[in-house]
Design a protein around this ligand. Structure first.
Ligand code: FES
Length: 163
C-alpha cells in the first residue's frame, strides 16, 4: 500500500501552478517596468520648460527714410504709433490705458473705439475713461541702420530720437 503525501499535488496541477506563477511574475514585471517607464516620461515632460514667448519688446521698424517727415503711422501688430516730425522720431503706445483696446490715430490725436477715450497728439488724455496718458517708448538706431523701438523702456512724454 502506497501512501500519498498530503501536500503532494498531481503532476498536471503542478504544471498549472507553474504556468500561473509565470503569468503572475510576467504581469508583475510588466506592471513595475511599465509604471517606471510612465514615471520617467512624466518627469521628462514636466522638466522641460513650458515657457511661451510673446512678441519681443525690442524690434526694428525699418530705415528712417521709410518714415518721411509728417509720418504718423500706427503699427497695430506692435501696438505703437511711429511719429516723425522733421528729423525727430518717437513711438507712442496705441494700447488704451483704460482696458487695453487699440487706439487709432485721429485728427486730434488718438481715439479709442471701445469706450470713447480721447488722447491728444502726445497721448495725453483729453476725454473718456482712460486713467492716464499713452506711454512713449525708447527709439534708437540699430547697428544695421534701422530704427528700433524698445517697448521695455518707457521714456518721458515728448522724448524724440534725432535721426
Ligand atoms: S479701452 Fe479704451 S476707452 Fe476703454
Amino acid at each position: 500500500m502506497t501512501m500519498k503525501k498530503r501536500n503532494e499535488a498531481p503532476a498536471e496541477q503542478t504544471e498549472g501552478q507553474l504556468t500561473r506563477r509565470r503569468l503572475l511574475t510576467w504581469l508583475s514585471s510588466v506592471g513595475i517596468f511599465g509604471s517606471a517607464l510612465i514615471s520617467l516620461v512624466a518627469n521628462a515632460f514636466f522638466i522641460k520648460p513650458r515657457a511661451t514667448y510673446g512678441q519681443p519688446n525690442r524690434f526694428s521698424i525699418g530705415k528712417p527714410e521709410e518714415f518721411p517727415a509728417g509720418t504718423r503711422q500706427a503699427l497695430d501688430g506692435q501696438r505703437v504709433c511711429v511719429i516723425r516730425e522733421g528729423e525727430r522720431v518717437c513711438a507712442i503706445s496705441t494700447t488704451c490705458t483704460h482696458l487695453g483696446c487699440i487706439v487709432a490715430p485721429s485728427e486730434t490725436g488718438f481715439a479709442c473705439p471701445c469706450h470713447g477715450s480721447r488722447f491728444d497728439q502726445d497721448g495725453n488724455v483729453t476725454g473718456g475713461p482712460a486713467p492716464k496718458a499713452l506711454a512713449w517708448y525708447k527709439v534708437s538706431l540699430a547697428p544695421n541702420g534701422e530704427l528700433e523701438i524698445d517697448k521695455g523702456v518707457e521714456v518721458k512724454s515728448g522724448t524724440y530720437f534725432n535721426v
